[in-house]
Design a protein around this ligand. Structure first.
Ligand code: ADP
Ligand code: MG
Length: 265
């Protein structure tokens, strides 16, 4: 069964794209078939996958507008072994067009992915830093939402708006949507505030906070400028080790969830 994960947080710069690209490469290293969907007009996941966002002939704009089929939009990451549905600034126009559309505007991505969904073990959707119609399309196409959190003073601010949006999608178009978990990113254990916020998250969201901490690591910041996941850039770096651990934890949680579902039936 395919697991479709929306990686979302309307705050910018919290590590969504870094998590998306590096989790993708780490899942591939575990033998999984992975597709990355770049839904952010900034196209950072596309660039970080080694694909020229401005040179692609077709992008998720064409896909969401129904002007191209998914096979013709799909390309491959330069290295890293995953497939990519690229995004770029054209997505801003898609957002405007979708907002103007009536009923059904939230289902475009779900419908567009349907023909290829079964070809993958994991589909990772990199969301824009906003709770807009593109993000809602991701929540409708996804089974689960992974929320990267940077442990700083304002980390929890805005989280309730994100959870409300998820709840609204659960109550309407996608009742099966679940929260996969919260991932603490750019973590610096020497920083007292980071430790306090990390502990606060554990209290408020017990069981939903990933054990794996993603440390602040310069290799993670450098890798995208080479169009590479950190695993292909410097596989012994702390960042590469952390994202391998995150992939292992995700796979472990997936097996546990499956076993629990099995228990119930
Ligand atoms: P978002 O997609 O949420 O906007 P990004 O993943 O693009 O966030 O991260 C924001 C910036 O921080 C980028 O320049 C990225 O390279 C850098 N970054 C992300 N995670 C880390 C990390 N763990 N250590 C160091 N730099 C990081
Ligand atoms: Mg991003």
């Amino acid at each position: 069964m395919t697991q479709t994960l929306a990686i979302a947080n309307q705050k910018g710069g919290v590590g969504k794209t870094t998590t998306c690209v590096n989790l993708a490469a780490s899942l591939v290293a575990n033998g999984r078939r992975v597709l990355v969907v770049d839904l952010d007009p900034q196209g950072n996941a596309t660039v970080g996958s080694g694909v020229d966002k401005d040179a692609v002939e077709l992008s998720n704009y064409d896909l969401l507008m129904g002007q191209a089929n998914v096979e013709s939009v799909r390309c491959q990451a330069l290295k890293g072994g995953f497939d990519l549905l690229p995004g770029n600034a054209d997505l801003t126009a898609a957002e405007v067009a979708l907002v103007g559309e009536g009923e059904g505007r939230e289902r475009h991505l779900l419908d567009a992915l349907a023909p290829i969904r079964d070809q993958y073990d994991h589909i990772l959707i990199d969301c824009p830093p906003s709770l807009n119609v593109l993000t809602v399309n991701a929540f409708v196409a996804a089974d689960r939402v992974l929320i990267p959190i940077q442990c700083e003073y304002y980390a929890l601010e805005g989280l309730s708006a994100l959870l409300n949006t998820i709840a609204r999608v659960q109550q309407t178009v996608n009742p099966a949507l679940e929260i996969e978990g919260l991932v603490r990113t750019m973590f610096d254990g020497r920083n007292n505030l980071a430790n306090q916020v990390g502990a606060q998250l554990d209290t408020h969201f017990s069981g939903q906070v990933y054990r794996t901490l993603i440390p602040r690591n310069v290799r993670l910041a450098e890798a995208p400028s080479h169009g590479l996941p950190v695993l292909q850039y410097d596989r012994s770096s702390a960042g590469a080790v952390a994202y391998m651990a995150l992939a292992s934890e995700l796979l472990r949680r997936q097996r546990t969830n499956k076993a629990q579902v099995g228990d119930k039936s």
